[in-house]
Design a binder for this molecule. Structure first.
Ligand code: FMN
Length: 205
């Protein structure tokens, strides 16, 4: 049975634009696979603690004696949740040109040396099986296209860090310009809906 992991990162919870966009992605996935199981992991607004000292030691040394409590056990739980998913949907706002700190805290738990990646002479090699990852982004301004007036550290960062653990099949959708007024948001949503339809149900398929 297909398992969808939904990681939602906005402090605004279900009212968030990124949450609504990720729900649309999930809607398409469920339409194609109605028996899929949905696992919700809401991490916005302080729900995801930062890693602790013991965990930091574990990352720093392969020989350290480790307690399995605290962040190490939370990390294990989050990694198993990720491993057991067939599709991942991340709903996230852009905060200060990149991912919000809540998503960074989740990444700090799941990108773990000798568990989800290994360090080799050639660099870091991912240990997770690849699977589709959909990233639903909301931003107050625009960060792509000709009218973008800010750099985008979110997209390249997520591609690189999730690629590090073996997740390379990333698909981005976004509603950009939520702070630019009602018409701009309506226009952005319409364009994104169109992009979703083209991706999930292209003509002739
Ligand atoms: C702390 C913070 C930082 C933000 N930084 C940016 C930014 O760098 N670029 C941008 O376009 N919007 C920025 N925004 C605006 C949000 O991306 C925008 O309100 C978005 O729609 C929020 O999505 P959500 O409803 O899913 O939380 C920021 C918002 C907050 C709260």
């Amino acid at each position: 049975m297909m398992r969808i992991l939904h990681v939602s990162c906005s402090p605004r919870g279900q009212a968030a634009e990124s949450y609504k966009l990720s729900q649309k992605v999930i809607g398409f996935l469920l339409k194609a696979e109605p028996s899929a199981v949905l696992v919700n992991r809401a991490i916005g607004g302080g729900a995801m603690p930062h890693i602790d000292a013991n965990y930091a030691l574990a990352q720093h040394s392969s020989t350290a004696q480790l307690s399995q409590e605290g962040s190490v056990s939370r990390s294990e739980e989050l990694i198993q949740e990720l491993e057991s998913s067939d599709v991942v949907v991340i709903g996230t706002p852009m905060h200060n040109l990149t991912i919000p700190s809540a998503l960074k805290a989740w990444i700090d738990h799941v990108v773990r040396a000798r568990r989800t990646f290994n360090v080799t002479a050639e660099g870091k090699v991912g240990a997770l099986r690849d699977r589709p990852v959909f990233v639903a982004v909301a931003s107050g301004g625009r960060f792509s296209g000709e009218r973008a007036r800010q750099p985008d550290f979110l997209t390249p960062y997520l591609r690189t860090i999730l690629g590090t653990i073996g997740l390379k099949d990333l698909n981005f959708f976004s509603v950009q310009g939520t702070g630019l007024g009602h018409d701009a948001v309506a226009d952005a949503r319409t364009k994104t809906d169109q992009a979703l339809r083209e991706y999930f149900s292209p003509a002739g398929r």
